[in-house]
Write a protein that binds this ligand. Structure first.
Ligand code: CU
Length: 87
C-alpha cells in the first residue's frame, strides 16, 4: 500500500525530528559574552564540534545533535563545573 505523504506532512515530520534532535537546558547565572563562551566551551569538552546556541535573555542553552549520542549527564556536569546552575 502506498502511503500518501504530502509535502506538508513531510515538513511536520521534519520539524518533529528537528525538535527531537535538539537538547535544551535552562541555565541560570549566564549574564555576558564570557558566560556564553564558558558554557559553549564546557559543552565542547564533552561533545566536540557541537552546534551550541546560548540565549542569554531566556537563560537557555540549545545543543543541536543526535540525542541518542549526546551524553546528557556529562554535558550537565561540564556546565555546572563552570559554575552555572541547570534548572
Ligand atoms: Cu558572563
Amino acid at each position: 500500500m502506498e502511503l500518501g505523504v504530502n509535502s506538508s506532512c513531510r515538513q511536520k515530520l521534519f520539524q518533529f525530528r528537528w525538535r527531537l534532535a535538539m537538547l535544551e537546558f535552562k541555565v541560570g547565572g549566564m549574564t555576558c559574552g564570557h558566560c556564553v563562551r564558558a558554557v559553549t566551551n564546557a559543552v565542547h569538552t564533552v561533545v566536540p564540534g557541537a552546534d551550541v546556541a546560548v540565549d542569554l535573555n531566556h537563560g537557555v542553552v540549545k545543543i543541536d545533535g543526535d540525542l541518542a549520542t549526546i551524553p546528557t549527564e556529562a554535558v550537565i556536569k561540564a556546565i555546572e563545573d563552570e559554575g552555572y546552575k541547570i534548572h
